[in-house]
Design a protein around this ligand. Structure first.
Ligand SMILES: C[S@@+](CC[C@H](N)C(=O)[O-])C[C@H]1O[C@@H](n2cnc3c(N)ncnc32)[C@H](O)[C@@H]1O
Length: 270
């Protein structure tokens, strides 16, 4: 029997529903990845301005939505997981300029119902690789955004941080010293088979990863009329290093686990 076309998306949503509480409690208002890598780059690339209407795509517990609101933006924040949106609402102070909606970002029609040209910017933190499809989102964003508006997103770096990558640590004896080397071994890049994994040790359910090589990730954005106009590859630094953690992203200071990009919408809009 062949799986229904929306089967991976349904299974991905069920996993996020099951993980929502654990994820919210662990992430709180942000972990090392958010604080040190994703948010500084996203904030730089998006540059949210007071009064702007910003769409936060796959907002999870709303940690970036609240940051955008704190910068003065009026935020519409969407996620397809009902329990995740409940967590986001519970965390957000009354009167804050964030409006949460349960909405599947693979559903182009539902996205467009948010209002064509209704947003001056959009953001998505560490979520595109969790989405079964991204083409409907890019097509919709080209119409949801005002002409030349920007979409800033972060993802697990497709080249280094994917289900096909393994972190390693090697000890080199150099005279009386032991020098540690940390790196990544990648034995797959082109495959787009969905994979399951645990982003946070101990989470109840394995989540789905929809790894895409860079060309596959960006092709539907280019097809929708976006141009790539900024790119950052943040990595942890020596200050984050802790040899006791062994092979860990905090120690792989030469390798960016995250890619942050800005896409600019079509000049005349779509
Ligand atoms: C790794 S979490 C990141 C959440 C949040 N952006 C953050 O910074 O903490 C990925 C999120 O993507 C959401 N997600 C995955 N696929 C989605 C889809 N098709 N539509 C909307 N949300 C989706 C999940 O429910 C989950 O909240």
């Amino acid at each position: 029997m062949t799986a229904a076309p929306d089967e991976p998306n349904r299974q991905a949503r069920e996993a996020w529903d099951a993980n929502a509480r654990f994820w919210d409690e662990r992430m709180g208002e942000g972990n090392d990845f958010v604080e040190r890598l994703c948010w500084p780059a996203l904030e730089r690339l998006l540059g949210p301005r007071p009064g702007e209407r910003i769409l936060d795509v796959a907002c999870g517990n709303g940690l970036t939505s609240r940051r955008l609101a704190a910068a003065g933006a009026r935020v519409v924040a969407i996620d397809f997981s009902v329990p995740m949106i409940e967590r986001a609402r519970a965390r957000t102070p009354a009167g804050s300029a964030v409006e949460y909606r349960v909405l599947d970002a693979t559903d182009e029609g539902a996205l467009l119902a948010l209002g064509e040209r209704a947003f001056e910017g959009a953001l998505s933190n560490m979520a595109l690789m969790d989405m079964a499809e991204v083409a409907p989102l890019f097509r919709a964003l080209a119409r949801l955004l005002r002409p030349e508006s920007r979409f800033a997103f972060s993802v697990m770096h497709p080249a280094f941080n994917s289900p096909h990558a393994r972190l390693y640590a090697e000890a080199e004896e150099r005279g009386r010293d032991v020098v540690m080397h940390y790196g990544v071994r990648v034995d797959g890049y082109r495959s787009t088979e969905p994979a399951r994994g645990f982003a946070i040790r101990g989470q109840p359910e394995a989540q789905f990863y929809f790894h895409r090589p860079l060309a596959a990730l960006l092709a539907p954005a280019f097809d929708a009329g976006f141009v790539l106009d900024a790119l950052e590859e943040p990595a942890f630094t020596e200050a984050d290093r802790d040899d006791r953690r062994g092979p860990h992203w905090n120690n792989s200071t030469e390798i960016p686990p995250v890619l942050v990009a800005r896409l600019r919408g079509p000049a005349g809009g779509r």
